[in-house]
Design a protein. Structure first.
Length: 542
C-alpha cells in the first residue's frame, strides 16, 4: 500500500479530497494532510510518502519549491500539481521537476481519481521493474563475491537447503561446483598484527590473501572462498580434473597450502595460521564436517598461539563422539527470543530436542547441556523484561533438582523446558497487549481532549513520541479501526450531542468539532448520518 500527502493552504480543499477519494480501493494505505509547504516538508522528512498532491500557489513555500526540496532527497516521489492558472512557466517548471501530472482547477473528483490511479499504476510498474529478473541478475553480477561468500557461510552452518536449491544458487553465481563433487577445505586465521585494522583495511588484507590463494591454486583447482562465523577465511577447492581427487592429489593440496602460509606471512608481514581438512570429501554432505575438523585442529593444536600450519589428519586426539550442533547453529534460540519470534523459537526447540533424542543414550551431559542452554536463554529474556522466571512458573519446580545433577527422563526434561518457554511467551504476549492498550488509551485521551484542533497523524505521533507509521499500525491492530476513523467517530458523536442538547449555531458546532468550514462539516455530517446537521436537530427535537 502506498502513502499519499495532500497539501493546500485551504483546509476545506484538503478535507474534501480526503472524504471523496476512495484511497483504499486505489491501493493507498495512509493519507497525510498539510496546510502549508513547510508542514508538508516536515511530514515528507519524517514519514514515507510516495505521492504528493499539492496546490502550486501557496503562501510561503510554493508547491514548486516543495517539490524541489523533496527532489533533493528523493527522486522517486510522484507529484500531482493542482493550479488555478494555465501558466506556461508553471507547467515548464513542473516538468523540469519531474512532476507526474498538472491539473487545472476546478478539478472534478473523477478526474483526480483517474489521475491518482494512473500514478499508483506507475509506482507499481517501477517497483516491478526494480524487482525484475533482469535487475536481479545485474545485482548478482555487481555483488557476486559477497553473494558467493554468503552462500558458502550458510552451507558451513549446515543449513538444510534442498539440493536443487543449492545447485540453482551455485549456477546463478557461476560457481564451478556441483552436487557430489569431491572437495577439500582450508581455513586461514588472521592473527598478530591485524588487531588494529578497521573493516576496510581488513577487507584489503583478506582480498590480498584470496589473490595469493588464487595464484597458487588457480592452475589446477577451482576455489570458492568466504568467511565463517568466527571470521576465519574459508577456502573450498576441487581439482579441475575430477580424476585427480585422490590421496596423492591431496598431498599436493597440503603442499600448496603450506606455500600459501609462508607467502602470506612473508608478504603481509603479519602472523597467520592455516588448518587443512583431512581429504577430499563429498559436497555438500561433508562440508560442515570438514569445517568442524579444521576448527578442531585450530582449537586443539594452535589455541591462542599464532603462525602455525596444521592439518586435520595431525589431530590425533579427536573426540570419538561429536557434540550437539543444533543449539549453536543460527538462528540461535536466544536471538529468536530477543526478537520476539516465538513461532520460530518453538520450531528451534523442536529441532534441538530432535537432535537430543538421537544422542540421549550417549552421555547424560547432553541433557544437561540442552537444559542449561535453553533455561539460560529463558532467564536472560525474563530478566531483560524485568521479570523472574520463577515467578512466571508460579513458584513451582521448573529446573534441575538441587544438589547433584540427577538426570530426568527425556519427557520430563522436554516438558520442563517447553513449560518454561510457554510461560515466557504468554508473559511477553501479555506485556505487548498491555503496552498497546496503554498506548491506545493515551491516543484516545489526546484525541478527546483536542477534538476541536487539527488532529493530524503527525500531531498525535508527536504527542506520544512515536513514529506515525508505527502508531498507525499499532492503533489499527489494537482497535480494528484507523486513527482517522476514531477521530471522525468522536467528532460526529460530539456534534450529535451538541445538536440534540444545545443551542449552538451550526458554524459553532463545526468549530467545536475541529472543522474549519461549516460547508465541509455539513458534508461530512451528512455522509456519516445520512442527513444534514439541521435535519438531525429538527428530528431530535420532534
Amino acid at each position: 500500500m502506498f502513502h499519499v500527502l495532500i497539501v493546500d493552504d485551504y483546509p476545506d480543499q484538503v478535507e474534501s479530497m480526503v472524504s471523496t477519494i476512495p484511497f483504499e480501493n486505489l491501493g493507498i494505505g495512509e493519507v497525510y494532510k498539510a496546510y502549508s509547504g513547510m508542514e508538508a516538508l516536515e511530514i515528507v522528512q519524517s514519514c514515507t510518502v510516495d505521492i504528493v498532491i499539492t496546490d502550486i500557489r501557496m503562501p510561503g513555500m510554493s508547491g514548486l519549491e516543495l517539490l524541489q526540496s523533496i527532489r533533493e532527497s528523493s527522486g522517486k516521489t510522484k507529484c500531482i500539481f493542482i493550479s488555478g492558472h494555465a501558466d506556461f512557466d508553471y507547467a515548464q517548471q513542473a516538468i523540469q521537476l519531474q512532476s507526474s501530472h498538472y491539473l487545472l482547477k476546478p478539478v472534478e473528483t473523477e478526474e483526480l481519481i483517474r489521475t491518482l490511479a494512473g500514478v499508483v499504476a506507475e509506482l507499481h510498474a517501477e517497483w516491478e521493474e526494480v524487482a525484475s529478473y533482469r535487475q536481479a541478475e545485474h545485482a548478482f553480477r555487481e555483488h557476486m563475491s559477497l553473494l558467493k561468500g554468503e552462500l558458502l557461510n550458510h552451507l558451513l552452518q549446515d543449513r538444510r537447503y534442498p539440493q536443487p536449491v543449492i545447485a540453482g544458487r551455485m549456477r546463478r553465481l557461476d560457481l564451478p561446483f556441483r552436487i557430489g563433487d569431491r572437495t577439500g577445505m582450508f581455513l586461514i586465521r588472521l592473527e598478530d598484527g591485524f588487531e588494529g585494522f578497521d573493516d576496510y583495511e581488513l577487507s584489503l588484507m583478506e582480498f590480498a590473501v584470496a589473490n595469493m590463494a588464487a595464484e597458487l591454486f588457480g592452475d589446477r583447482y577451482h576455489l570458492w572462498h568466504g568467511k565463517d562465523a568466527y571470521d576465519h577465511l574459508v577456502f573450498l577447492l576441487k581439482p579441475k580434473k575430477e580424476e585427480e581427487a585422490d590421496e596423492a592429489q591431496w598431498r599436493q593440496v597440503e603442499k600448496l597450502a603450506a606455500s600459501l602460509h609462508r607467502s602470506a606471512g612473508a608478504y603481509l608481514k603479519r602472523s597467520v595460521s592455516i588448518a587443512v581438512s583431512e581429504r577430499f570429501e563429498a559436497f555438500p554432505e561433508q562440508l560442515s564436517r570438514m569445517h568442524q575438523s579444521c576448527l578442531s585442529a585450530i582449537r586443539r593444536q594452535i589455541g591462542d598461539e599464532s603462525g602455525f600450519f596444521v592439518t586435520a589428519r595431525d589431530d590425533l586426539d579427536q573426540p570419538i563422539a561429536g557434540g550437539l550442533r543444533v543449539p549453536y547453529q543460527p538462528p540461535l534460540l536466544l536471538h529468536l527470543l530477543e526478537t520476539g519470534s516465538w513461532e520460530r523459537a518453538a520450531r528451534k526447540l523442536d529441532e534441538i530436542f530432535a537432535e537430543l533424542a538421537e544422542k540421549w543414550t550417549e552421555s547424560p551431559e547432553y541433557a544437561q547441556e540442552v537444559f542449561f542452554s535453553a533455561m539460560g536463554s529463558f532467564h536472560y529474556i525474563a530478566h531483560k523484561n524485568g521479570r523472574q522466571l520463577g515467578e512466571m512458573m508460579g513458584g513451582g519446580p521448573y529446573g534441575w533438582k538441587e544438589g547433584a545433577f540427577a538426570v530426568p527422563t527425556y519427557k520430563q526434561l522436554r516438558d520442563a523446558v517447553y513449560l518454561s518457554f510457554a510461560r515466557l511467551a504468554e508473559d511477553a504476549e501479555r506485556k505487548t497487549k498491555d503496552s498497546r492498550k496503554r498506548l491506545i488509551k493515551r491516543i484516545d485521551h489526546f484525541i478527546e481532549d483536542n477534538i476541536a484542533k487539527d488532529l493530524t497523524l503527525q500531531a498525535i505521533a508527536d504527542h506520544v513520541k512515536l513514529h506515525p507509521a508505527y502508531l498507525s499500525k499499532a492503533y489499527k491492530t489494537g482497535t480494528g479501526m484507523t486513527v482517522g476513523d476514531y477521530v471522525l467517530k468522536q467528532r460526529m458523536a460530539l456534534a450529535a450531542r451538541l445538536l440534540q442538547d444545545g443551542n449552538d449555531k451550526i458554524y459553532e458546532i463545526a468549530t467545536k468539532t475541529g472543522y474549519l468550514t461549516t460547508h465541509y462539516f455539513s458534508k461530512v455530517f451528512k455522509s456519516h448520518f445520512g442527513m444534514t446537521p439541521l435535519e438531525f436537530r429538527e428530528r431530535s427535537s420532534s
